[in-house]
Design a protein around this ligand. Structure first.
Ligand SMILES: C[S@@+](CC[C@H](N)C(=O)[O-])C[C@H]1O[C@@H](n2cnc3c(N)ncnc32)[C@H](O)[C@@H]1O
Length: 260
């Protein structure tokens, strides 16, 4: 298995069960409004969602900007773009587009806001992506990044050593697994100003985080970096922990804004 481009390849072809997990994980919830707060989304704005996936976030953004505004989503996955356009078929103010690299098919200064949620850890060239976002923003427009940092993950009852081993086995699935802590500095280098960083906690005791662990397990299976049986045992341990109360999953989200 070629692992040097796995971080990008695993998004181009996605197994059905992973798509189903993403639809569960990324379906719009009212709680997502907290993640968007620093973006300052308002009626009438033009918004771009980079890495729009199944499209739920962009559709919610389209409700927020209303008929006077517009939302474009871009993604490298053909199926996500097709499904998202189907979800948007009754709407005039939102459209999804396929991209093949960091280049965005939009003119300079097109957008008031660019949102990028849980995507930057996968892009091949972070500097090129941030420069391109900077280009398509209007002067005074804002980029808002929502992202994880895989050095901050907690899974109980596994303990830290096992968590480190499990996520190290999945590391090739990310170009930059520590994106949360890196992105403010990289945005500054790309020319953004007024950079602000907040952390939003994600704490799960009911089992939502198992979707994240199942996705990691699918990467590990493809990469063959741990025996299947060991991975299955860990997932069962986490599942059993829900029944006994010992399960806990935490993955804070970095919320980073910058102004063009
Ligand atoms: C974890 S999902 C997040 C989806 C969506 N932003 C959300 O939160 O609902 C990551 C998304 O980024 C997309 N992606 C990965 N690399 C990309 C790239 N280089 N350019 C654009 N999209 C990319 C994937 O296809 C996938 O849809």
């Amino acid at each position: 298995m070629q692992s040097d481009s796995f971080y990008a390849d695993h998004w181009k072809e996605i197994e059905d069960d992973r798509v189903a997990r993403y639809e569960q994980m990324f379906v719009w919830r009212e709680g997502h409004k907290t993640l968007l707060e620093p973006a300052g989304i308002e009626e009438g704005q033009a918004v771009l969602d980079v890495g729009s996936g199944p499209g739920f976030f962009a559709l919610a953004l389209a409700d927020m900007v209303g008929e006077a505004g517009r939302v474009d989503g871009v993604d490298i996955n053909t199926r996500f773009v097709g499904d998202a356009n189907k979800r948007a078929r009754e709407r005039d103010n939102v459209a999804f587009h396929l991209v093949t690299d960091h280049r965005l098919p939009f003119s300079d200064g097109s957008y008031d806001r660019v949102i990028c949620k849980n995507v930057l850890e996968y892009v091949p060239d972070l500097d090129a992506t941030l420069n391109e976002v900077h280009r398509v923003l209007k002067s005074g427009g804002r980029m808002h990044v929502i992202d994880s940092d895989w050095g901050f993950v907690v899974v109980e009852p596994w303990g830290k050593t096992t968590v480190d081993k499990f996520f190290a086995a999945a590391a090739a699935a990310f170009k930059e697994p520590y994106i949360g802590r890196k992105v403010p500095g990289l945005m500054a280098l790309a020319g953004f100003s007024n950079i602000e960083v907040r952390l939003s906690s994600f704490v799960d005791r009911a089992g939502t985080g198992l979707n994240v662990l199942a996705n990691m397990a699918s990467y590990i299976k493809t990469l063959a970096t741990l025996p299947d049986q060991e991975v299955a045992g860990l997932l069962n341990q986490a599942r059993d922990g829900i029944a006994t109360g010992s399960y806990l999953f935490c993955l804070p989200q970095f919320l980073v804004t910058g102004v063009r």
